[in-house]
Write a protein that binds this ligand. Structure first.
Ligand SMILES: NC(=O)C1=CN([C@@H]2O[C@H](COP(=O)(O)OP(=O)(O)OC[C@H]3O[C@@H](n4cnc5c(N)ncnc54)[C@H](O)[C@@H]3O)[C@@H](O)[C@H]2O)[C@H](O)CC1
Length: 491
């Protein structure tokens, strides 16, 4: 089942509703959170120490204090508590009192800055519980300074719930972030993703219906692909499984066309046609393998199109794209196809793709289409892609180190890719081919976009783990295997 994602505001509502509607006391939630966080911390940090628990004045600090208590009760004596100040939330005050009675050594940042600097420098790990989902606005100066001390200490950082100050200048950079109860959308925003390190979610007993109602997006994972793609009949033949048309390639960029078409041929789609310009047909005509290569597209009837990989930006492309949109019911527009789409829309003033097409821009292409900066795309992908998806009536797949799939309805899915070799020439052509193949096979538009993104990303991760850095050709070879391994049912 897909995992929900909430914004930090949504997380505050989940907390509040769990307490108010279900009567779960705050201290109970905090105890569960702290215990689960402690278990994850023990798993990632082992016996490495000393450990400094840096705690803010809210419940995020309370969670970190529960963690410190469990470490102390298990016999660790290399733990130190650093309080931002002698101010606490109600539940935090309870935790601080218990720790004091247990005799856990405490320092207060407001009063003992040099001593805090020293213990942080000597630490193997800092558990950062300074700011969670209760943070508002820019960082207060003392917190910004405390985060600098943590950052410069050389210790590894374990953040509680979100990296303190996520989304703010001067926020903490964590090695591991363990999110409380549910994934937080802000952590997956490309501009901030690197601040969070390895991601975990610890269950603390939020009622699932509350989390579902407050969910603002869905976190895609390998387990989702099988359900998204559905069953492929074992008795089916090529004429039944869908035809893909790939309009791609131009002088110097013919390889992109092959990557895309070959990737489509490794999906359950039955037939793949590569429609290329006369001037590259001489080159591509003999290289298709299982792909039918045509000079032009006369008489080609397809169930889905892939338009744009290595297509070039000649004047004729806008008219060609308009014709393809007219004759094909659904498909993917990628790379140079997106530039043609932008010109077509700008020329016509408005374009409605009827929810049947998938656009696969990288951040620069997305900024061009949305009329904003790359920084805005990377910092607010939900808003920017949402406006674009609604405006064009298309599912937008923003390709970055975290990939955002946004539908015209406003539904959002995020895949936490984080696989640097996928940021290479040709990898996007492969993704377009995979999504196009799934569309031709009859998979729903949103489902094909999501499944394609995950299959492509997992293929990359797997290749990197097995063979190290790879090229786009290697990725093509992995498409069929990954779809099978991720649970596509071939009957
Ligand atoms: N409430 C619950 O049921 C649970 C919460 N959990 C954890 O609690 C935090 C959220 O706690 P909250 O007290 O609401 O907020 P924070 O601890 O994140 O921060 C409040 C604290 O920070 C100060 N502050 C706010 N903005 C800034 C800023 N820009 N600069 C500096 N300081 C700031 C504010 O004054 C307060 O002192 C959540 O993330 C979880 O970790 C539990 O997990 C369980 C249930």
């Amino acid at each position: 089942m897909m995992r929900p994602l909430v914004s930090v505001e949504g997380a505050r509502r989940v907390d509040a509703r769990t307490r108010e509607e279900y009567g779960v006391p705050e201290l109970v939630l905090m105890e569960q959170a702290g215990m689960r966080l402690h278990e994850v911390f023990r798993e990632v940090a082992g016996e490495d120490g000393p450990v400094v628990y840096v705690c803010g004045s809210g419940n995020n600090g309370g969670d970190a204090m529960v963690m410190a208590r469990w470490a102390w009760l298990e016999g660790r004596r290399d733990v130190r508590l650093v309080l931002r100040a002698r101010r606490f939330s109600e539940a935090g005050r309870v935790q601080a009192r218990v720790l004091e009675r247990l005799g856990v050594p405490v320092l207060v940042w407001e009063e003992e800055r040099e001593e805090v600097r020293r213990v942080c420098r000597e630490a193997g790990w800092v558990v950062e519980g300074v700011l969670g989902v209760g943070a508002r606005g820019g960082l207060a100066e003392d917190v910004a300074e405390l985060f600098r001390v943590v950052g410069e200490s050389g210790a590894r950082v374990f953040s509680v719930d979100v990296p303190g100050g996520v989304g703010c200048e001067g926020g903490v950079r964590a090695d591991v972030t363990a999110m409380v109860g549910v994934g937080k959308w802000e952590v997956l925003v490309p501009a901030w993703r690197e601040w969070a390190g390895e991601l975990r979610v610890v269950p603390i007993g939020f009622p699932p219906e509350v989390v579902r109602e407050e969910a603002e997006g869905w976190w895609l994972g390998p387990g989702d692909v099988g359900g998204l793609v559905g069953r492929v009949r074992a008795a089916s033949h090529k004429g039944e499984r869908g035809r893909v048309g790939v309009w791609a390639g131009s002088r110097g960029l013919a390889g992109a066309a092959l990557l895309s078409a070959r990737a489509a041929a490794r999906t359950p789609a039955g037939l793949v046609y590569l429609c290329c310009d006369e001037e590259v047909y001489g080159l591509l005509g003999g290289l298709g393998g299982g792909v039918v290569v045509r000079p032009g597209d006369e008489g080609v009837r397809v169930d889905a199109a892939v338009v744009g990989p290595g297509w070039g930006r000649g004047e004729g492309r806008v008219g060609q794209l308009a014709a393809i949109l007219g004759r094909c019911g659904r498909g993917v527009i990628d790379a140079d196809g997106l530039e043609a789409l932008a010109r077509l829309r700008d020329g016509e003033g408005r374009l409605d793709l009827g929810g049947r097409w998938v656009l696969t821009p990288h951040p620069g292409e997305c900024a061009r289409l949305a009329g904003c900066t790359v920084e805005e795309v990377l910092g607010a992908p939900g808003r920017v892609c949402g406006e674009l998806a609604r405006g064009l009536g298309a599912v937008v797949v923003l390709k970055a180190h975290t990939t955002w799939v946004v539908a015209p309805s406003g539904r959002v899915w995020v895949y936490d890719g984080m696989c640097a070799p996928l940021g290479t020439g040709g990898a996007g052509d492969v993704l377009a081919g995979v999504i196009g193949g799934l569309l031709a096979h009859g998979v729903g538009v949103e489902e094909a976009a999501c499944a394609g993104v995950v299959a492509h990303g997992e293929a990359g991760r797997r290749l990197f783990a097995r063979r190290g850095w790879f090229g786009a050709e290697d990725l093509v070879g992995e498409v069929g295997t990954i779809l099978k391994d991720l649970g596509v049912d071939y009957g």
